[in-house]
Design a protein around this ligand. Structure first.
Ligand code: FCB
Length: 443
């Protein structure tokens, strides 16, 4: 086993959350609707008709939760701001009560010695902006800029760590191509412009934060899965290259000045239709850190039946490997491989693992949750971070997804990822064995 000292004193340990997944209070104190408020209250969108209207009631319980975080020795807390709590219509009139909430949250965190790490956009676009086209409308870059400027001015005196986007590939892919996440739109004609506007936003907004708060630490986050071809055949290898370009390289490479990986995935060529003359330049930004979020590996095979991509994943259940409740393979080496992959880009200064964790069946028995599988998942993955660090990867932090069990998007309340168990009826919190393990590790 390893201990915390081996990672060095500057290494940032924390937990990650997102506003819509924990806050609840979906209509309180002047908050506007977000695309997730609308989507999750429609029939048949979410597992068993769940919605995030109340979630973990973090809006009212934030103080108790922060107290518990402090008790678990967790020094860094990643949370997101709900855009529609601050600007109910996405632009224009600001909601003072929403701003007050985040001021209280930030102040209370600092008072407990917990450093806030703020994500500006974790998927909950104000519905008023979606009504104007959402991410498919280029004006979103301007709307987002105004919102970011307001946040930097309001909170930047105390918040030093910022992330612009959470996993742009997931919110554009699931929300604008597959239609399984909010706002539920489908097809390339929605996906491609959404991708370009999200990629532009990540760099434009990072510069705005940096201008207003020059000493801050500004990054953005990416979903990434380690990929392996099913066989060594040319077809499977080519399929893997295409999927890699789409899910691992699409958003990072334009920010590094490498452009979109269109040579490896032709279907993206149509993105240039949405380019204005200065875009190549606007897409670039020298981030202080890059957040990577890895949960698993995927095995890729060639498929005639998947149009344009001609590639698909071989599901983990089919491969008879250990899986989590998300049907994601438990494969710790994936995190090591991803860290190596991203550190191979010389332009990346620092990497932080801004999410990693697992959902398993948890049961409370005698007031205890013995989530051994999660504890071992976390230990093995943290071990891989250390291996990468010892191999020279500049990885500066690790955040567990997540603190309390919460609303897991289209899967509703079914997959529990928390270090702390949430009883969604009573809002009672019970620290799991994994939470006690993290506490001891962080001591
Ligand atoms: C990531 C999301 C996060 C959470 C985890 C399980 O893709 O960023 O909100 O749902 O997956």
């Amino acid at each position: 086993m390893f201990d915390k000292k081996q990672f060095g004193n500057d290494f940032k340990w924390g937990v990650s959350t997102a506003a819509y997944q924990i806050e609840g209070a979906h209509l309180s104190d002047g908050k506007g609707h977000s695309i997730w408020d609308k989507f999750s209250n429609q029939p048949k969108k979410i597992f068993k008709g769940h919605n995030g209207n109340h979630a973990c009631d973090f809006y009212n319980k934030y103080r108790d939760d922060l107290q518990l975080m402090k008790y678990l020795n967790i020094p860094n807390f990643r949370f997101s701001l709900a855009w529609s709590r601050i600007l109910p219509n996405g632009t224009g009139h600001a909601n003072q009560k929403g701003i007050d909430f985040y001021n209280k949250l930030i102040d209370q965190s600092l008072e407990f010695g917990i450093e806030p790490w703020v994500t500006l956009y974790h998927w909950d676009l104000p519905q008023a902006l979606e009504n104007k086209g959402g991410w498919t409308n280029r004006e979103v870059v301007g709307w987002f800029s105004d919102y970011a400027e307001l946040c930097a001015k309001q909170f930047g005196d105390r918040v030093k760590n910022w992330m612009v986007l959470n996993e742009p590939m997931v919110f554009t892919g699931a929300g604008y191509f597959l239609g399984v996440h909010a706002p539920g739109r489908k097809g390339l004609r929605n996906f491609i412009p959404a991708v370009h506007h999200a990629a532009l936003s990540q760099s434009v907004i990072a510069k705005i934060i940096k201008d207003i708060c020059p000493l801050s630490n500004v990054g953005t986050t990416f979903s990434c899965s380690h990929l392996e071809p099913n066989t060594s055949s040319d077809k499977d290898r080519l399929a893997t290259i295409k999927v890699d370009a789409l899910i691992n390289r699409l958003f990072i490479e334009p920010s590094l000045g490498l452009g979109y990986p269109t040579s490896d995935i032709k279907l993206l060529d149509r993105i240039y239709k949405y380019f204005l003359p200065n875009d190549e330049h606007l897409l670039k930004h020298d981030f202080d850190f890059v957040g990577i979020q890895n949960y698993t590996r995927e095995i890729v095979t060639h498929s005639y039946f998947v149009p344009l991509l001609n590639a698909k994943f071989i599901k983990a259940e089919k491969r008879k490997v250990p899986i989590t409740l998300m049907n994601w393979e438990v494969y710790p080496d994936a995190l090591y491989q991803i860290l190596k992959k991203y550190s191979a880009y010389p332009q990346i200064k620092k990497i932080i693992v801004t999410e990693n964790g697992a959902a398993f069946h948890d049961t409370i028995f005698d007031g205890k949750v013995n989530d051994e599988l999660r504890t071992s998942y976390l230990k093995s993955h943290i071990g891989e971070v250390l291996r990468a660090k010892n191999d020279g990867v500049n990885v500066g932090g690790y955040f567990v997804w997540t603190f309390t069990d919460n609303f897991e998007w289209a899967e509703g309340f079914y997959p529990r990822f928390g270090l702390v168990h949430t009883n969604f009826k009573t809002q009672e919190r019970t620290v799991k064995q994994s939470g006690y393990w993290y506490k001891e590790f962080l001591q």
